[in-house]
Write a protein that binds this ligand. Sequence first.
Ligand SMILES: CC(C)(COP(=O)(O)OP(=O)(O)OC[C@H]1O[C@@H](n2cnc3c(N)ncnc32)[C@H](O)[C@@H]1OP(=O)(O)O)[C@@H](O)C(=O)NCCC(=O)NCCS
Length: 187
Amino acid sequence: MNENEFRIEHLKSKDIPSTIKVFNSQLGKNYITATFLRDVLKEKMLYCKVIKEKASNIIVGACLYGIIDNSATTELTKGHEIDKFKNIKQIGFIKTIAVLSKYQNLGLGTKLLQDVLNELNRKVVDMFISTAWEHSGITNVSSLLKKFGFVEKFKICNYWYEDSLEKKYQCPVCGNPCHCNCVVYIK
Ligand SMILES: CC(C)(COP(=O)(O)OP(=O)(O)OC[C@H]1O[C@@H](n2cnc3c(N)ncnc32)[C@H](O)[C@@H]1OP(=O)(O)O)[C@@H](O)C(=O)NCCC(=O)NCCS
């Protein structure tokens, strides 16, 4: 398999069930729900791109991202101010990215994130934040983010604890509630 056998598209409503399968398998059951993705398509508060295998049309990866302002980044970081973002109205936000296990380490995460960052750059965004999942000291997405110039800013412990209780999703590592940490990366 090589990366030219895959194409990137914006999420369409018919692709929501397959996209949920990708998120459920990599991020835990019900962390991202079909209702959430339908709201993404309706309200345009975030965007979602998927990567498909051309031959089979199977969705093998997906990325949720958006454009937020500084007050929204402070909400995301649970009150930690980031000096660089002060008074900035458009900050690119990489919420999450996932690739099916069978298709990992083929460069597809890189291809998808490159596409998303290009799109955000075209929308005149030049500062970025990502809230990366850390479990057992491992941040799966760290080498991918660093490759694109993101640097680690700080860590927030038990980041998803209350959210996981409220929304009842299953962390792939802790189950419910989730005790994993979030590493905030910026660029
Ligand atoms: C993180 C993830 C999206 C990377 O996708 P991918 O298609 O494998 O990425 P690439 O093949 O482009 O590889 C990018 C880098 O990530 C590394 N990587 C891939 N899978 C990894 C994993 N499970 N753990 C740690 N690093 C991983 C690769 O070694 C590569 O690093 P390198 O370029 O320095 O060699 C994918 O591993 C995944 O879905 N992980 C589970 C879900 C997750 O943690 N998502 C992030 C939540 S914020």
